[in-house]
Design a binder for this molecule. Structure first.
Ligand code: ATP
Ligand code: MG
Length: 450
């Protein structure tokens, strides 16, 4: 076991001098027992939040009442940590949050309200003594996620816990113990009451785990996928023989696994996961083969609905949906230079790298093999050459803008917008046209011929 950080020891001795106990709890102890790096410090104490505030301020620390309703304060003293008063949680009526928090007298009582045995271990910071009343250390060693006490009751109290179980299984590569796993189905009604933000945070953690498909397949098995991401659940059994070995759900999960394995961004993992989500809706039988005409557009708009529901930021939504909408580009060597410029303009310079990476994930998702090293190289090198020529790819790059058109008497608004778009098309076709005089001449012509 790793030695206790000196800062924590110092704080524990301050608490001790006031006759208060201080324990390291939660993920930090779990990670310590697994021999992993600790990423955040959750502490539990017999002192009330007011007492913690008084002690730490006298010692020169900063205290912020971040979760005072739940007995939690954030302390900044040489490092940042959350300190929560021992508590029990009683009277859950909505399956979301305890109605009231009651302080508890002992660490054991505090540990008994925690979700899983692996999360219900405490380390006393004065002497390193471990409190593990539910056999958490043994479960960690065996790689098992098990509810503290009765699984039906624990899940009935807080509908987020089943999703946490699945997320931990995905993050840690642990198995969910049978009774705990079986209890999830009966808790789905309570799970449905959890706020979308909390669901989103867990989905993000699954996406960020080494093999996200582990988490999503467990969600499918337990009914959580249907509840939170039904659009994906409906991709099960959508065969696409002719293109793919796998059905649409497995294909999407493998694509997402590849994004995770390569350490690609969260947006790329989301785009891989949802890039074909519209396929069940658009599927048509065509001469004995399934076709999925314009599925990228439907997938993109469905993904927007899903991500909105999950309260992702607009920036994340726009990026992911743009990548999905454009994921079906089909490059051949006979593309003209103008076609390459149009491709750059359509994708947007800042998204080019991601659109290639999304294609890599897509290829992996249908073959189970990474693309070979030459894949897309021809397109990529032509795009790079074209970019190096410094041509115009957006309205901003045009040699004449809205202000110039106004001097010709063209009013701002929809007409001007359309004229500018046409100017860009002209320049993408023939970059020589991108001079102020030429563009103004063309603009006038379009305006007069309307
Ligand atoms: P990580 O921080 O890596 O996500 P963690 O175990 O520290 O994992 P937190 O959400 O930070 O998870 O919670 C800290 C501890 O609080 C947990 O280990 C667990 O003991 C307890 N806990 C958190 N959420 C719940 C919950 N919904 N029900 C019961 N106990 C919980
Ligand atoms: Mg934590």
């Amino acid at each position: 076991m790793k030695t206790i950080d000196p800062v924590l020891k110092e704080i524990a001795s301050i608490f001790d001098s006031y006759g208060k106990e201080l324990y390291l709890v939660g993920g930090a102890v779990r990670d310590m027992l697994r021999g992993k790096k600790i990423h955040d410090w959750d502490l539990a104490t017999s002192a009330t939040p007011e007492e913690v505030t008084g002690m730490m301020r006298s010692a020169g620390g900063k205290v912020i009442p971040t979760g005072i309703k739940h007995g939690t304060v954030t302390v900044i003293y040489k490092a940042q940590m959350e300190i929560t008063t021992f508590r029990t949680e009683a009277d859950y009526t909505d399956g979301r949050r305890p109605d009231k928090v009651h302080y508890a007298a002992t660490i054991k009582e505090d540990l008994s309200r925690r979700d899983f045995t692996m999360n219900a271990i405490a380390l006393r910071l004065t002497d390193g003594e471990i409190a593990d009343p539910f056999g958490g250390a043994k479960d960690i060693k065996a790689g098992i996620i098990r509810c503290v006490g009765n699984a039906d009751e624990r899940f009935g109290e807080d509908g987020l816990r089943p999703l946490r179980a699945v997320r931990f299984a995905s993050q840690l590569g642990f198995k969910i113990e049978k009774n705990t796993l079986n209890a999830i189905n009966g808790a789905l009604g309570v799970c449905a009451k959890v706020s979308w933000e909390r669901v989103r945070d867990e989905i993000d953690k699954i996406l960020n785990s080494p093999v996200p498909s582990l988490g999503f397949l467990l969600m499918e098995k337990t009914g959580l996928l249907k509840l939170f991401l039904n659009e994906l659940a409906l991709c099960r059994g959508i065969e696409q023989k002719g293109f793919h070995n796998f059905d649409v759900l497995d294909h999407s999960l493998y694509a997402c696994d590849y994004a995770a394995a390569k350490g690609y961004s969260k947006e790329l993992r989301l785009a891989s996961l949802f890039h074909d989500v519209g396929k069940p809706k658009v599927r048509e039988m065509d001469n004995g083969v399934w076709s999925f005409h314009r599925h990228e557009e439907v997938s993109s708009s469905m993904c927007r609905e899903i991500m909105n529901r999950l309260r992702y930021s607009n920036a994340e939504i726009d990026k992911v949906c743009h990548l999905i909408k454009e994921h079906m580009f089909f490059y051949t060597e006979d593309w003209t230079d103008a076609a390459v410029r149009r491709f750059i303009a359509r994708i947007g310079e800042e998204h080019l790298k991601d659109i290639y990476l999304l294609r890599f994930c897509d290829v992996y998702g249908f073959s189970g093999k990474p693309p070979d090293s030459r894949f897309l190289m021809d397109l990529i090198s032509r795009v790079e050459k074209t970019l190096a020529q410094g041509r115009a790819f957006t309205l901003k790059d045009l040699a004449a803008g809205g202000d110039d058109l106004k001097t010709l008497g063209i009013p701002a608004g929809k007409i001007m917008g359309n004229i500018l778009k046409e100017l860009l098309e002209t320049v993408l076709d023939d970059p020589q046209q991108n001079t102020r005089e030429k563009l103004l001449e063309i603009a006038m012509k379009i305006y007069n011929e309307r």
